[in-house]
Design a protein. Structure first.
Lengths: 310, 255
């Protein structure tokens, strides 16, 4: 039997007049993955997600969810996919429970088993005591939780979260992280877009970085980090540095009250840096090294894209 | 491809509950407003306008007003629900579900028929009780009430789809729907009009809906009831076809 990915994008394009929001996107998201879709504003992440869930019809190309085409077999794909949209949507005519019951109804789901599942969702997302509240009157965090419950009402295999932690407090962010990790452990494929790159680094096993409607990088998170050709060295000084020699100045990325942070090519030996520091007559108290964070990889890749475009 | 009629039913129930949750605004207010027309126009014009033989002006007026209320409320139901859902973004809840364009259309239009018919019935009950109105052919009354409400529900959906904001919808309502309903023979028989206006009325589809509906009460009408039925069905088919094409293509809702 041939291998079927959870999601497959094949040459997906979306054109809005002159603007190419998606320029032929092709990649797979494997079954059971925790996949991060990253990129600056306007990169096309939300358009891609909306095309996958049927909220946007692509201009050309094909998207499959577990082997089913999202246009031709939309009934199957919508049953397989749950989307938590970026916007905090509410329906001022209905309470939380009514909305969840209606959403279940749209999927043809009813009866005691479904009611029990809705009750479980309300419980798990700490919405039980607010279940009769009108959704138009909820706080941002509450609305976000309602949207997650709405996306899970039909028990989808693939869950897509578009900026789920944007604008939520630290506690709720942590709760949402735990909840999505739990869903992932239960076998759900999770696709996450986020602006918090530490979030992607902590949660995602694979990452695609998009820019201007194209995929700039696609790899496992670890591989992306290790492939990055720089490392960062933090040098703590006994005395603040007044002037630096040109090779040090070139590599300096941050000046702290009692230290300096340098970005060095991985191929460069530490001895070379120590020699330059010695030449500059700087008294070193401590030195620590770390690999690039996902944020730094992201910034490098997107900056490259920008300079290439210019 | 398999159907999802239970999803369609859930959407229909949601649409009915939506207007029921603001029943004063969506049902009682239009009934009261229409009764004011009846009181004012019926009283002032009772002896001034000739209608059909052995039919008083108020009796003549009531079916027209009932149909006017059905048309306007069926239109309002789909158009306002759709534009509100678009503006609030909650239309995506439905768009993410496995409901087809046809099921989506049927659910919205049926809910608009229910609202239109409930409002019409409210006015009709007062007409029957207060003005000795009787219906000679109840089947025609029912057929025109349902088909006309469905046509207007469809037209409301079309307006809701193409409108980007409330202002666009208000323009459609005030510059298209209102003039066409007021000039459809609600308040008069078109035979009382000068030749030019009479001819012009034949191009107004709402005229046939009012005229056919009125036939159900008096078995008298300005044009053949079968012609009215044909025009209503043709317009319902055209409006439904345009809606289904737009919904399938996702025009202005899946973009």
């Amino acid at each position: 039997m041939s291998h079927v990915p959870a999601v497959r994008f094949q040459h997906v394009k979306k054109q809005y007049g002159e603007l190419s929001a998606l320029k032929g996107i092709s990649f797979d998201v494997e079954e059971g993955a925790f996949f991060g879709l990253l990129g600056p504003n306007g990169a096309g992440k939300s358009t891609l997600i909306n095309a996958m869930s049927g909220l946007v019809i692509p201009t050309s190309g094909r998207i499959e969810i577990q082997g089913h085409d999202v246009i031709a077999d939309y009934r199957q794909t919508r049953r397989l996919l749950g989307l938590v949209p970026q916007e905090l949507i509410a329906d001022p005519f209905f309470s939380i429970r009514e909305l969840l019951d209606l959403q279940s109804g749209y999927f043809g789901l009813k009866g005691p088993k479904q009611r029990a599942w809705v009750g479980e969702l309300l419980e798990r997302l700490a919405l039980s005591d607010k279940s009769d509240s009108n959704t138009g009157q909820l706080s941002g965090g509450m609305k976000r939780r309602v949207l997650i419950a709405m996306a899970l009402v039909h028990r989808p295999r693939v869950l897509v979260l578009d900026e789920p932690t944007a604008g939520v407090d630290v506690d709720l962010r942590r709760t949402l992280w735990d909840f999505t990790k739990e869903l992932h452990q239960q076998g759900h494929t999770i696709i996450l877009t986020t602006h918090y790159l530490e979030e992607a680094e902590a949660l995602c096993d694979k990452v695609a970085i998009m820019q201007e409607g194209e995929v700039k990088a696609l790899d496992t998170t670890q591989s992306l980090l290790s492939k990055h050709s720089y490392r960062y060295l933090r040098v703590t000084l006994a005395q603040p540095a007044q002037t630096l020699t040109p090779p040090l100045e070139e590599r300096l990325v941050e000046r702290e009250p009692n230290g300096l942070v340098f970005k060095l090519e991985k191929t460069m030996s530490l001895t070379q840096l120590l020699a330059w520091l010695s030449e500059a007559q700087l008294e070193i108290e401590d030195i620590s090294s770390r690999d690039a964070s996902l944020e730094e990889v992201f910034l490098d890749l997107t900056a490259e894209g920008k300079s290439n475009a210019e | 491809m398999q159907s999802n009629w239970s999803g369609c039913w859930a959407l229909f129930i949601k649409e009915v509950r939506r207007f029921y949750s603001v029943v004063v605004q969506t049902v009682f207010a239009p009934i009261v407003a229409t009764l004011l027309y009846l009181l004012v126009f019926g009283h002032v014009l009772e002896t001034k306008i000739e209608t059909y033989a052995s039919v008083s002006y108020s009796q003549f007026l009531i079916p027209g007003l009932v149909m006017m209320a059905i048309l306007q409320n069926a239109f309002s139901n789909t158009s306002s629900s759709l534009i509100q859902s678009k503006m609030h973004g909650n239309l995506s809840f439905v768009l993410l579900s496995p409901i087809s364009a046809f099921e989506f259309y049927v659910a919205f239009v049926l809910a608009s028929v229910v609202r239109g018919v409930i409002v019409g019935l409210g006015i009709l009950i007062i007409g029957v009780v207060g003005f000795d109105l009787t219906w000679q052919s109840p089947l025609w009354v029912l057929v025109f009430a349902v088909l006309s409400a469905a046509m207007m529900g469809g037209l409301g959906m079309l307006a809701g789809i193409i409108s980007d904001k409330y202002d666009h919808l208000a323009a459609f309502q005030n510059f298209v729907i209102m003039p066409l309903t007021f000039l459809s023979g609600v308040f008069y028989s078109i035979h009382a009009l000068p030749e030019f206006w009479q001819q012009l009325s034949y191009f107004n589809p709402f005229f046939y809906m009012v005229d056919g509906f009125r036939y159900g009460f008096f078995e008298q009408s300005d044009v053949s009831v079968y012609l009215s039925l044909l025009v209503t069905i043709v317009f319902l088919t055209i409006v439904s076809s345009i809606n289904l094409i737009l919904l399938r293509k996702g025009v202005k809702i899946r973009q």
